[in-house]
Design a protein around this ligand. Structure first.
Ligand code: ATP
Length: 661
C-alpha cells in the first residue's frame, strides 16, 4: 500500500516540470499505463524533453490513468515542495545518520530514484556530477536490507548486494559512505570493499561471513569468481541487488569482459541499478546486458536543456595562451590570487605535474601531486587531507595518459610475468583521479592541459560545484588545443541548444599582470630540469611508500588524524629567494590589485577559511552572485564593468522580485 502511494507521487512528478529538475521517466513496450504515458509524453513535449522508450510495466498500469488525470494541479504543488528524507519513508536508523551529516532534504535525483528503487524496479538514473547519486542508491538499498534483516529473510551464502565502481578510490569512497549510513543501525549489516591490490588471502578474509554488501570493481569480482573465491551458485542464491555506479565510466575502464563474465551468475530476480553522469552508447550497452525493462530517469535543472552537462552553479572560463606560457599563466592566477581556493589543477602527465609542482614551489606556492604511481593509501590520504583543507592546491594527473599506459600494460599483462609486476609497480590500473571522486569544497578546477575528449572535460569540471555549491573552471588553451576546445564548446552548445559559447574568456586577467611576472617565470621554468623532475618524482614515491606503511598502521587506529603526514612538503631543500616568494608591489598593476582584492574579499564574505563555523552547509548553501567576483568584476576597464554591474544589478533585482512575488 505504502509502495503504491509512493509510486503515485513519483508518477505525478514524472509528468511535471520540477522546481529544480525535469525528470524523464520512460515506459516501455510492456507498459500498460498508456494514458499516464500519453500525459507524460504531452508534458514532456511541452518541456522539450525527449522520450526514448524502454521501461517497466505493472505498477504504471495500475497508477497511470489516475496520475494522468491529476497531472496538473496536484503535481504542481508537489513540484514546488522540497522532499525530506522523512517523506521518503526511509528507515529511522538511516535518517538518524543523515541528520548527523546535516542532511534532511533529498536532492532531485534522490527524490526521484529512491521511491522507484524501494519498489524493486530496475532503474537507470542519469544526473549530473555532484548531484547526490551515491545516496540515491545507497539509502533505498540499505533500507531494503535492514527490512530483510529485521524479518530474518537475509540469504547468506554470498553477498546480497554488489556495488560495482570503476576505480578503487571509488570503492573506498562508496564503502565509507555506506558504513557512515549504517552508524546507528542495530542489526549489523556488513559492508566490505575489495580490490585488485589485495592478496587473495586478504580478499578471502574480507569475504568470509559473507558480507551483506560488497563494493568492488568488475575486474576484481570477475577474478574472485574465476578463482572460486566467490561461487557462482552462491551468487545465484543470495544476490538481490546489483548497482553499477559511474556506469558511463565502467566500460571505458575496459570492464566489459569482466561484467559479461558476471552476467550468467546473476539471478533473474536480482534488481539492477545503473547510475551515470552522462549518456553514452556504453550506458545503452550495459542497460541491455543487465537490466530488465528499466525505469530511466534523466534529471536536469529547470530552465536548462535536458542534457545540460555542467551544473549551472559552475562558471566556465578559458584563457588563450601559448603552451610554453602555461606555467606563467598559472603562476599569475595563483600568486596574484585571481582565483578562489581550493584549486584542483589537471595535467595530462606525471612529469608535467612534477614540473609544475617544482616550479610553483620556487615561488613559495606549495602543492601536492595525485597520480597513478602512488600507493593507494597515500592517494586516499592525499584526497582526505585536501578535502580537510590541509592544503589548497592539488595537481592531479588525469586518466588520459595513464589510460594509454594502462592499455599497453593490459596487453603486456598476458605476455609475461615481468609486465604484470611492472604493472603493479608503476601505474595502478584501477586508479582514477577525476572520475566520481567527491572532492569537497573545490572552488576552482583548472585545466592546465586540456583533456583528451569532451567527456573528460565534463568529469573534470564536475569536481567543483558539487552539492550545488558555487564553483568555477578555467581552461588554459594553447593553439594546439584549439581543436579539442572547439569540440567541447560545440558539445556544450549542442546539448544546451545555444548559439553562443558556454565558456567565457576569463575576466580578471590583464596583459600587464602576465607581463609583470614573465621574466621571473621564464627564468624559474628554465631552472627546473628534466633531472629535477625525475628526482622529485622518485623522491615523492619514496616518501609516499614510507607514508603508506605508516598510514596503514596509524589510520587503522586513528582514522581522523589527517595532520600526521604532509603531502605538500617541499621537494627541494633550497631556500626560496625573497624576490620570488613575495611579488613586489610595484610589479602589480592597479587593475590586478583590485581584482585580487575583490577575490580576497569575496573569499572572506563566503567564509571559505572558516569551514567549522559553517557546520550545516545545506544543499542550497554556497555563495550568491553578489559575492562572486567572477560575476561582478571585470579587468577589462571601467565602462564595461559598469555595464556588467548594471546588468548584474538588474538580474539581482529580477531575482529579488521573483522571491518577493
Ligand atoms: N541530500 C543531500 N543534501 C546535501 N548534500 C548532499 C545530499 N546528498 C548528497 N550530498 C552531498 O553531495 C556531494 C555529491 O554527492 P555524490 O558524490 O553522491 O554525487 P554524484 O552525483 O555521485 O557525483 P559524480 O557523478 O561526480 O560521482 C557529496 O558531498 C554528498 O555528501
Amino acid at each position: 500500500m505504502a509502495k503504491r502511494k509512493q509510486r503515485k507521487a513519483a508518477t505525478e512528478q514524472e509528468v511535471e516540470n520540477h522546481d529544480e529538475a525535469t525528470v524523464a521517466a520512460e515506459a516501455g513496450p510492456e507498459n500498460d499505463g498508456h494514458t499516464a504515458h500519453a500525459a507524460e509524453e504531452a508534458a514532456a513535449a511541452e518541456e522539450g524533453v525527449e522520450r526514448e522508450g524502454g521501461g517497466e510495466g505493472g505498477a504504471e498500469g495500475e497508477e497511470g490513468p489516475d496520475a494522468a488525470a491529476r497531472g496538473g494541479e496536484e503535481g504542481k504543488e508537489e513540484e514546488e515542495r522540497e522532499v525530506s528524507f522523512d517523506e521518503l519513508g526511509l528507515d529511522e536508523q538511516l535518517k538518524r545518520a543523515l541528520r548527523k551529516k546535516g542532511l534532511d532534504k533529498a536532492t532531485p535525483i534522490q527524490r526521484e530514484a529512491i521511491p522507484l528503487i524501494l519498489e524493486g524496479k530496475d532503474v537507470v538514473a542519469k544526473a549530473k556530477t555532484g548531484s547526490g547519486k551515491t545516496f540515491a542508491y545507497l539509502l533505498p538499498m540499505l533500507h531494503e536490507l535492514l527490512k530483510l534483516s529485521a524479518e530474518g529473510r537475509i540469504r547468506k551464502s554470498a553477498p546480497n548486494v554488489f556495488i560495482l565502481v570503476p576505480t578503487r578510490e571509488l570503492c573506498q569512497q562508496v564503502h565509507n559512505e555506506a558504513s557512515s549510513l549504517l552508524e546507528f543501525c542495530t542489526s549489523k549489516l556488513k559492508v566490505v570493499q575489495v580490490n585488485a591490490s589485495m592478496s587473495d588471502k586478504d580478499i578471502k578474509v574480507a569475504l568470509s561471513g559473507p558480507p551483506n554488501i560488497l563494493v568492488t570493481t568488475p575486474a576484481c569480482v570477475a577474478s574472485c569468481i574465476s578463482k572460486g573465491i566467490i561461487r557462482g551458485s552462491s551468487i545465484k542464491e543470495s544476490l538481490s541487488m546489483m548497482i553499477l555506479d559511474e556506469a558511463d565510466l565502467l566500460l571505458s575502464y575496459r570492464c566489459e569482459d569482466d561484467i559479461k563474465a558476471l552476467v550468467p551468475h546473476i539471478p533473474r530476480s536480482c534488481q539492477s541499478i545503473l547510475m551515470s553522469a552522462t549518456s553514452s552508447a556504453d550506458i545503452e550497452k550495459l542497460t541491455k546486458l543487465l537490466l530488465h525493462n528499466p525505469f530511466i530517469l534523466t534529471l536536469t535543472e529547470v530552465g536548462h536543456a535536458k542534457d545540460d552537462l555542467i551544473p549551472k552553479n559552475v562558471q566556465q572560463f578559458w584563457i588563450s595562451c601559448d603552451a610554453k606560457d602555461k606555467m606563467l599563466y598559472i603562476l599569475v592566477l595563483l600568486k596574484l590570487e585571481l582565483i578562489q581556493k581550493k584549486v584542483l589543477i589537471f595535467v595530462n602527465s606525471i612529469d608535467s605535474a612534477f614540473k609544475l609542482r617544482l616550479f610553483l614551489e620556487k615561488f613559495g606556492i606549495r602543492s601536492s601531486v595525485l597520480n597513478a604511481e602512488l600507493p593507494q593509501n597515500s592517494r586516499l590520504h592525499i584526497i582526505q587531507a585536501f578535502n580537510a583543507r590541509l592544503f589548497d592546491y592539488l595537481i592531479a594527473t588525469d586518466d588520459s595518459k595513464s589510460k594509454e599506459e594502462r592499455q599497453a600494460n593490459k596487453g603486456n599483462k598476458k605476455d609475461s610475468r615481468v609486465s604484470r609486476k611492472q604493472l603493479q609497480q608503476t601505474l595502478d590500473a584501477e586508479f582514477g583521479v577525476v572520475r566520481g571522486i567527491d572532492f569537497k569544497n573545490v572552488f576552482t578546477v583548472v585545466n592546465y592541459d586540456m583533456p583528451p575528449d569532451p567527456a573528460g572535460y565534463i568529469h573534470r569540471v564536475g569536481r567543483t560545484g558539487r552539492a550545488n555549491k558555487t564553483g568555477a573552471s578555467i581552461s588554459l588553451v594553447s593553439p594546439k588545443e584549439n581543436g579539442i576546445f572547439e569540440d567541447i564548446e560545440n558539445m556544450l552548445k549542442d546539448v544546451e541548444n545555444r548559439d553562443t559559447s558556454c565558456i567565457s574568456p576569463f575576466p580578471l586577467l590583464t596583459k600587464n599582470a602576465v607581463e609583470s611576472l614573465r621574466y621571473r617565470a621564464q627564468d624559474v621554468a628554465r631552472s627546473v630540469t628534466t633531472r629535477d623532475i625525475k628526482e622529485a618524482r622518485r623522491q615523492d614515491i619514496k616518501n609516499e611508500i614510507l607514508n603508506s606503511e605508516k598510514l596503514k598502521a596509524h589510520f587503522d587506529e586513528n582514522p581522523r588524524d589527517l595532520d600526521l603526514l604532509k603531502h605538500d612538503k617541499l621537494l627541494s631543500n633550497k631556500e626560496i629567494p625573497a624576490h620570488l616568494r613575495d611579488v613586489p608591489e610595484y610589479l602589480i598593476d592597479p587593475t590586478t590589485k583590485e581584482a585580487s582584492n575583490v577575490v580576497k574579499l569575496s573569499r572572506a564574505a563566503m567564509d571559505i577559511d572558516k569551514p567549522r563555523r559553517r557546520k550545516r552547509m545545506g544543499f542550497k548553501g554556497g555563495s550568491g552572485r553578489s559575492s562572486d567576483p567572477l560575476k561582478t568584476f571585470s579587468a577589462e576597464g571601467k565602462s564595461r564593468r559598469r555595464g556588467r554591474k548594471e546588468r548584474d544589478g538588474e538580474q539581482d533585482r529580477r531575482k529579488r522580485k521573483k522571491v518577493e512575488s
